[in-house]
Ligand binder design. Structure first.
Ligand SMILES: [Zn+2]
Length: 531
């Protein structure tokens, strides 16, 4: 997802659901079938979810996540729960459905949850910019359980069917492939989409609106569609059609695309873009946005990282956002050249530095246990991206890409934690990356350097001192450009201590000493001559 800071902050006040702790799961959802009825008279939805659950332990009861109707009149009322078609007892709590079960460890059981209500969030029912009524799922981070009973945590992935009954003027888009579209009595229509690949709930979605749909082209047998408001048809088809030119870069460099179509959808998402698996939602005014290319690339990169290879928990969200950020840089570097990469890295570095002065936390931040909107920050996106950049420079292009490919091959369809990624990169490179990961991802801050130099005319050498002033000492290579009358000299130093002193022979006094001229280190610093 690409965040819109303003929107995120405005909505964060109502989005404080506590996290389901799924680190020791007792059940594993294998499949969801969500039957949903939408109408034009009011915002009530009616749902029947058929959920296939495998029991990992023998337990007398378990919880599904679902927001109960509250005093505002929003939320869902569960009217019945069946276990393999027989009614069972349940208790609806504020955020969960507590279900009494007869299942034993190893059993796979079908549960049918019947419910209805006005979604408090998660399914956005609202007029679009042209005044037409629309329904758009917008689940990130854990807002799905406002309209879908589920395990609302990225660690439990499942395949999904959405069977949507809506007034016939709507076109319905969702994950996977459309397997049925059928007219019903009274001007209703049933649309059935099926995704057979396991997804985290955060990227399961429906969109129902009046759409114009275009097949922009096919890439490796994957049809690429543009779904836009009919009023934006011409420009929208043109703008979203760019997706077909982006897909080949990732297929070539990362591995096969995991899904059987890609739809790029104009929507009411509160984010700039939301990477819903094979049905990416973009903000309404994305059509005509001059920065749309980078947004499309970011969301398409998520189809690999976040959707297919999914973070094991929210604290590892950089495996999704940091990857999408850096993959966007790499795509644009490949298309427009190294200057573009450097410019973007510089901008990101400025954001990371500014963010560290507001909130001094590591990228892998286990302290956030509710309101995961807090994780939509410069650490998850830009520092995460920077870590990948420094890893690429440390390992070299060939090993970096091999490691990334291996990581994707190993975790496609599954979940990974930061250590899983480290182990794959260690295997690819033969290097111990423990301290690299520890300092850049599990330690707050970055090198803050005080660099001073003095030229000794008699000895014809320049004496440089690099002092690390941040709380924890980092280890990193630092390239310096030393400009003098005889030209520019590039030298790389291994910085390991709080203070590093270097003596460099130099015929004339430096005109300027510039640290990291090629933008390969996440740091801040000042350089001064000692007179
Ligand atoms: Zn993203």
């Amino acid at each position: 997802m690409k965040k819109f800071w303003l929107f995120c902050f405005l909505s964060s006040c109502i989005l404080t659901h506590a996290q389901r702790d799924n680190s020791f799961p007792v059940i594993d959802v294998l499949h969801y079938t969500f039957n949903l009825q939408l109408n034009d008279e009011n915002n009530n939805i009616k749902g029947e979810a058929i959920i296939s659950i495998k029991f990992l332990q023998t337990i007398p009861s378990f919880d599904l996540d679902m927001v109960k109707k509250n005093s505002s009149g929003r939320g869902m009322i569960v009217t019945g729960v069946k276990e393999n078609n027989s009614p069972v007892s349940f208790l609806q709590e504020v955020e969960t459905i507590h279900i009494y079960s007869t299942a034993k460890a190893g059993d796979t059981v079908l549960y049918t949850i019947s419910y209805a209500g006005i979604p408090a969030d998660g399914l956005i029912i609202d007029k679009n910019k042209y005044g037409h009524r629309t329904f758009f799922g917008d689940n990130w981070p854990n807002r799905a359980h406002n309209w879908l009973p589920c395990i609302d945590n990225p660690s439990d992935k499942a395949s999904v069917d959405f069977i949507v009954t809506a007034p016939e003027h709507y076109q319905v888009v969702s994950n996977g492939l459309q397997v049925e579209e059928n007219n019903l009595p009274n001007h209703f229509k049933l649309t059935h989409w099926r995704e057979t690949v396991d997804l985290p709930v955060k990227v399961m979605v429906i969109g129902a609106a009046d759409f114009a749909v275009n097949r922009a082209g096919d890439v490796d047998g994957i049809p690429v569609y543009s779904w836009v408001y009919p009023e934006d048809k011409d420009q929208g088809f043109h703008d979203y059609g760019m997706a077909k030119d982006i897909l080949p870069f990732f297929i070539k460099n990362l591995g096969p695309y995991a899904y059987r179509k890609l739809a790029n959808v104009q929507s009411k998402t509160q984010f700039g873009g939301m990477e819903n698996a094979s049905a990416i939602f973009y903000y309404e005014n994305s059509v005509g946005d001059r920065k749309l290319e980078a947004l499309l690339v970011h969301e398409i990169a998520h189809q690999w990282f976040g959707n297919s290879a999914t973070e094991a928990g929210w604290q590892h969200v950089w495996l999704s956002e940091g990857f999408a950020t850096y993959m966007t840089h790499l795509y644009l570097e490949n298309k427009y050249g190294a200057d573009t990469l450097q410019k973007r890295l510089q901008q990101d570095r400025d954001s990371v530095i500014a963010f560290s002065k507001k909130k001094f936390t590591p990228v892998v931040d286990s302290s956030v246990t509710s309101n995961f909107f807090q994780l939509l920050n410069a650490n998850s996106y830009k520092k995460g991206g920077w870590v990948l950049h420094m890893l690429r420079r440390k390992l070299g292009n060939a090993i970096f890409w091999m490691g990334i490919k291996n990581y994707y091959a190993q975790y496609a369809g599954k979940n990974a934690a930061t250590d899983d990624f480290r182990k794959i990169m260690e295997a690819a490179s033969g290097q111990d990356l423990q301290s690299f990961f520890q300092q850049w991802l599990f330690t707050a801050g970055h090198p803050v350097l005080k660099i001073s130099w003095k030229y000794d005319k008699a000895k014809k050498s320049v004496f440089i001192t690099i002092e690390q002033t941040q709380p924890v000492v980092f280890q990193f290579p630092l390239q310096m450009a030393i400009q003098s009358a005889s030209g520019e000299m590039l030298q790389t130093f291994s910085v390991k201590e709080k203070t590093t002193a270097i003596d460099i022979p130099l015929a004339t006094k430096p005109l300027k000493i510039l640290p990291d001229p090629n933008i390969n280190l996440l740091f801040e610093g000042i350089v001064g001559e000692v007179k």
